[in-house]
Design a protein around this ligand. Structure first.
Ligand code: FES
Ligand SMILES: [Fe+2]
Length: 441
């Protein structure tokens, strides 16, 4: 079923009215307008998506000088490459002459990027190496015509990009989750599999689905059997506290169960979200596999299964589900108003050999099937939300709490992006003076 999302008769005034209406109906799902408007989508790309830190790849996927991969966000393409000096860098895949893409293949190894249109040649670091016949253009300065840079940082082998060159410090945020994330030694981990699930829904519906586990008991039978996150805290607390008491000792990692949450409006700088918590698996289950039994050698320096799993968020769109013997990274990327890429990356211990130490199907079973189940409910959700008869209902205060944090941040960011608001801000301070309280009440 393909949903057609169209919102005709659109304007910034309409968007402003819709945002005002949200303030009058707190704790409720958002109006369908925010999932259907092309104007909203354009504002999101400009002021939210391209200002956010987004996971690009694992450093081991581009090990040698000249290795690169493309990351597709919206209609854009970004090159992430390993330079001659060994650094990882990112740049827009747009020729500085008349804008053709300079690289078509999704990944590979190159000495240079040669634009297929008029043959300008770029070094792997993006600098312009040669531009045909430009010697007759006396004021032409090659140094000013390198591929436009994209912000790029690497943390524990995870490479993040941000199209905003003035973006806040993601690494400083991630330092707060160093101990629990470090337990898995992701820097030396191996990418066992990467898979993209294209879902026919606006990106917010896909992300919102990830941010709540109210649906887990009804939609994810296999997951719900073993994970406590689908239960109210009062019910899951005894299992979790028993696990937390033993976690440090059994895993051998001090601080593996540290908690830290600074996400969305609470992030120290725009989009530099960082979150970690350790939660319990029910008795008899030790990892996120079909039967809850081990599927690969233990990650990093973890000594044994403690019956727990790590929940992580890095930036607004990237998450990790870390079990003692494998980790699953989850990334959401809008591709159009009605299409979203959900990318999953499965990591195993860097020393593990497929076929000997692990069976790939067993490692990927749970989250592959859970994602297919999500794909099903997200597309049904999109179909209903797109209907003129959809009337937003109330969020669950506990199960849909994190989802509401996202919605508050989203609405606030959208409001701050509106032209008149921005003019008002320009005369004042660089910091947004719009009250975030409206969306928190
Ligand atoms: S557009 Fe690339 S060389 Fe002309
Ligand atoms: Fe789900």
């Amino acid at each position: 079923m393909t949903s057609i999302a169209i919102s005709v008769d659109d304007s910034f005034q309409r968007m402003r009215d819709k945002l005002e209406a949200e303030k009058l109906r707190p704790h409720h799902a958002m109006d369908r307008y925010f999932y259907r408007s092309h104007l909203v989508h354009e504002q999101e790309l400009e002021h939210l998506i391209f200002k956010s830190w987004i996971y690009a790849l694992h450093a081991s996927e581009i090990p040698s000088a000249g290795d690169y991969q493309l990351v597709e966000i919206g209609e854009d393409s970004i090159i992430v490459a390993r330079t001659k000096t060994g650094e990882i860098t990112a740049m827009h895949n747009i020729c500085r002459h008349r804008g053709a893409r300079v690289c078509e293949e999704a990944s590979g190894n190159k000495r240079t990027f040669v634009c297929p249109y008029h043959g300008w040649v770029y070094n792997i670091d993006g600098s312009l190496k040669a531009a045909r016949e430009t010697h007759v253009m006396l004021d032409f300065n090659a140094a000013e015509h390198g591929l436009k840079p994209v912000n790029c940082v690497t943390y524990m082998g995870l490479v993040f990009i941000n199209c905003d060159l003035g973006a806040g410090d993601l690494i400083a945020s991630l330092e707060n989750i160093r101990e629990p994330l470090g337990a898995y030694d992701l820097e030396n981990a191996k990418v066992a599999q990467r898979k993209t699930y294209r879902v026919a829904a606006n990106w917010k519906l896909a992300l919102e689905n990830y941010l709540e586990c109210y649906h887990c008991a009804t939609s994810h039978r296999a997951y719900a059997k073993m994970h406590t996150l689908k239960d109210l805290e009062v019910k899951s607390a005894p299992v979790v506290s028993k696990m937390l008491d033993r976690a440090d000792k059994i895993t051998g990692i001090r601080g593996i169960s540290k908690e830290h949450t600074q996400i969305y409006l609470d992030a120290p700088s725009f989009g530099a979200c960082a979150h970690t918590m350790r939660y319990g698996l029910f008795d008899g289950f030790v990892t996120g596999s079909q039967d809850g039994q081990p599927v690969a050698p233990l990650m990093g320096k973890i000594k044994d299964y403690d019956g727990g799993a790590g929940d992580f968020q890095m930036g607004p769109l990237t998450f990790m589900l870390n079990y003692p013997d494998h980790c699953v990274l989850y990334r959401f990327i809008p591709r159009s108003l009605t299409e979203t890429d959900m990318e999953l990356v499965w990591f195993v211990n860097g020393e593990a050999v497929e076929g000997e130490d692990y069976n790939l199907e067993k490692v990927t079973w749970l989250w592959h099937h859970t994602t297919l189940e999500d794909e099903y409910i997200i597309t049904r959700n999109a179909a209903g939300v797109n209907s003129r008869f959809f009337e937003p209902g109330p969020y669950h205060p506990e199960f849909e709490f994190t989802l509401q944090q996202f919605v508050h941040w989203y609405l606030h960011t959208l409001e701050a992006s509106l032209p008149s608001t921005r003019k008002w801000l320009a005369g004042g301070t660089a910091v947004s003076t719009i009250s975030t309280e409206h969306y928190k009440n």
